[in-house]
Design a protein around this ligand. Structure first.
Ligand code: NAG
Ligand code: NAG
Length: 402
């Protein structure tokens, strides 16, 4: 009975939000100018991430961020049991051609002018056009934000099953079909990077090393890079405020840091890692792949370091291994919530839609395209939300501003 009531509540909320989104989209359809107004003082977010196994248990314990029905396809996740044998055999093959490039993205003579101080790189999959549009038109918009010049790229591989041999067949779902769609998208937005490997969950590590190599080759002078998933909401104003205190010539990699995570040894888990693949009892410290920020210096050093680390099927752990090789530790930042928001017991659904909550964060993971739209417009609209916590609550090791 209670469950049914809750379900009805959910349906009602979805209906309300859809209506609100429709109105917002209608009101914004002329494409109003981007405004990013960071609040002058920010309250420290709720207690920082608790280290441990969380990242790997999310799917088993049911604590994963809410799933939205009727949303665009989620990033590819593994289906059957992972074939470690063939992974180990194939892992020396780690260089794949770049099929769609953006060679001028970071050049002063590029179409959109100016060298970027912040490059936003978003992991996406070919079919997820809707989410890319949401990111383009909200937090991932290119141009000047405060004083920084922000540019954006999406990182893609080939859709599963498309293969890499490019048979000369036309038609829906074939490689040529995808390639021509993505080429058209690239002509329109100049933000698509496509590599010739299969875009699967366990190939995200390939995406990582290809992106690092690309960015150090084509964006050698970028100050900072934000790298994240397409289902995150990023408060770029807060991010830039944090970066304003940092020197791009120094090492920096900040995010939702996980310490001492133990490899999952249960065969049934999608994160199962046999001892033969990783024998140590704990992974090195790493930042959750949902969203983290790094300096240009660290980017170039990581590109070199990762080229010497054996491929590991979990991309954020792999990056932790590269950091370890450089003897760097990622910097924990409590406003990066790459594992979603803990839901309070009262009004479990409302809080994730509270703009005051997002106002204090840098990255929140696990949002649908509609949520991203809604939050962006609530936070940046003409009518600013009135929040219950106008003053920062000083606590913990991290503080905004000087
Ligand atoms: C990664 O991509 C390569 C090249 O497309 C493919 O052969 C391989 O099966 C993929 N690996 C995984 C683990 O999905
Ligand atoms: C990077 O900066 C150096 C020195 O300022 C300059 O010579 C070079 O052209 C720049 N590269 C790009 C791609 O902007």
């Amino acid at each position: 009975m209670r469950r049914r009531l809750r379900l009805r509540g959910d349906a009602l909320l979805t209906l309300l939000l859809s209506a609100a989104l429709g109105l917002l989209l209608y009101a914004q359809r002329d494409g109003s100018a981007r405004t990013t107004r960071a609040p002058p003082a920010l309250r420290r977010a709720a207690p920082g991430p608790t280290p441990g196994l969380r990242a790997f248990q999310a799917s088993d314990s049911g604590a994963a961020p809410p799933v939205y029905e009727g949303d665009t396809p989620p990033p590819p996740t593994p289906t059957g049991p992972f074939d470690f044998g063939s992974y180990l055999r194939a892992k020396d093959q780690r260089h794949f051609p770049l099929l769609i490039n953006q060679p001028y993205k970071c050049r002063g003579d590029g179409a959109r002018g100016g060298r970027p101080e912040l490059l936003i790189a978003v992991k996406s999959v070919a079919a997820d056009f809707e989410r890319r549009q949401a990111v383009r038109q909200t937090w991932g918009a290119e141009g000047r934000v405060q004083t920084a010049l922000v540019h954006r790229v999406f990182l893609l591989g080939l859709p599963r099953g498309a293969g890499t041999d490019w048979p000369e067949v036309e038609g829906e779902g074939t490689p040529t079909h995808w390639l021509s769609l993505l080429r058209a998208e690239s002509r329109e937005y100049a933000d698509i990077l496509l590599w010739a490997f299969e875009d699967t969950f366990f190939n995200l590590t390939l995406k990582e090393i290809h992106f690092l190599a690309w960015a150090s080759a084509y964006c050698p002078n970028v100050s900072f890079v934000f790298k994240g998933d397409a289902d995150v909401f990023v408060h770029v104003g807060n991010l830039l405020e944090f970066l304003a205190q940092k020197d791009p010539a120094q090492d920096l990699l900040a995010g939702d840091v996980i310490l001492q995570a133990r490899p999952i040894r249960k065969r049934a888990s999608k994160y199962y890692i046999p001892e033969a693949v990783y024998g140590l009892p704990a992974y090195p410290a790493y930042a959750g792949g949902g969203g983290f920020v790094l300096s240009g210096t660290t980017l170039r050093r990581l590109a070199n370091a990762c080229a010497q680390v054996e491929l590991f099927p979990i991309d954020d752990v792999f990056l932790g291994m590269c950091l370890q090789r450089l003897q760097l530790t990622p910097e924990p930042h409590p406003a990066f919530r790459t594992f979603g928001i803990p839901q309070p017991s009262a009004a479990p659904h409302l809080r994730t839609f509270d703009p005051c909550f997002y106002r204090e964060l840098v990255v929140v993971h696990g949002l649908s395209a509609a949520d991203i739209w809604l939050m962006w417009h609530l936070l940046n609209g003409r009518r600013r939300p009135t929040c219950a916590h106008p003053r920062p609550v000083a606590a913990g090791p991290f503080q905004w501003g000087p």
